[in-house]
Design a binder for this molecule. Sequence first.
Ligand code: FAD
Length: 287
Amino acid sequence: MKLKEIYSDKNSNPIISFEVFPPNSDFTKLLEEIKILKKYNPKFISLTYGAGGKGGRSFELLQQIKALEINVMPHFICITSTKERINSALIKIEQAGIENVLALRGDIPEDEKNKDFDFNHANELVEFIKKQTNLSIGVAGYPEGHIESPDLISDINNLKKKVAAGADAIYTQLFFNNEKFFNYTEILKENGINIPVIPGIMPIISSKQIAKMTSLAKITIPKIIRTNLEKYKDDPKSLQAFGIDYATTQCLDLLEKGTIGLHFFTLNKSFSTSKILDNLKGEKWKI
Ligand code: FAD
C-alpha cells in the first residue's frame, strides 16, 4: 500500500509505523523484536540507511522483514551517491515489490563539505525518484528547524521544494515538546503544505541516547526530562519507565489534537514502544 492510501484509510486511527536500523551483525534479535511489534499492526516498518552510503546488508534485511508480511519503507540517502547507483537501487527495490521510500539527503561528510554531488539536496532526489519510478515518497521534516538552517522559516521554504517535487508524506525529527510540532504543522499549513505530517516519537531509554541525539539535531529538552535524566542517572529501569510515561502523554496529546499517525523510532527494541502502545489502547484509539 502506498503512503497516500495508508494515510487516507479512515479505518485506522492512529496509523502506526516503526523505524529500525540494520544491526551490524546477525538479524535474529531484531527480527524477534519486530515480531513482537507486529501485533500493533504497523502499516510499515522503515529501515534507516547508514550515513556516508553504508547500507551494509540492508536489502537482505528488507526482504526478511517483508517475509514477516510487514510492509517496508527503505530510507534512501543521496549525498555522495550517483544517479547511476541510486537508479539501480531503485530498480531493485521496485522489483522486490516495495512501494514506498523515505528520500533523504543524509549528512555531508566533514571532508566533502564543498563538493558538488549528483544530488545536493533531498528535493533533487525526490524529483529523480518521481521521474524514474512509481514509488510513493516520504521526506524528513524538522519541527525545530534543521541543524544547518539559520531559522525554521528558511528550512520550511526548502521543505516546500521537496513537496513540490512530489513528496507524499513528511516524517519529523523527534521532539519532546509537542508545542514545537503543533507550531510547525500550523506554519506548514499557512505555507500551503497539506500532505500528512507524521510525528517521530522516540522513547527515552538512556542519558547517552539523549546526549547523542541533541548533539546531532536541534531538539529542545524540557526541564522535566533534564530533572529525570539526572535523578535516574544510575537507575536505567526507572529512567526507561519515565520515558514510557513521557512518550505516552506526548502521544495522547498528539492524538487528541488530531494527529493521524505516529512513527516510532524504536532503537531496535520493542519494550518501550510496546508499553506506550499498550497505554494508548482504549475505546478511542484502535490499537
Ligand atoms: P535536505 O532536505 O536536503 O535538507 C538539508 C539542509 O539543506 C536543510 O538545512 C535544508 O533547509 C537545506 N536545503 C534543503 N533543500 C535545499 C535546497 N534546494 N537549496 C538549499 N538548501 C536546501 N540520516 C541517515 O544518514 N540515515 C537515515 O536513515 C536517516 N533517517 C532519517 C529519518 C528521519 C525521519 C529524519 C527526520 C532524519 C533522518 N536522517 C537520516 C537524518 C538526515 O539525513 C539529516 O538530517 C540530513 O542532514 C538532512 O537530510 P534531509 O533529507 O532532511 O536533507
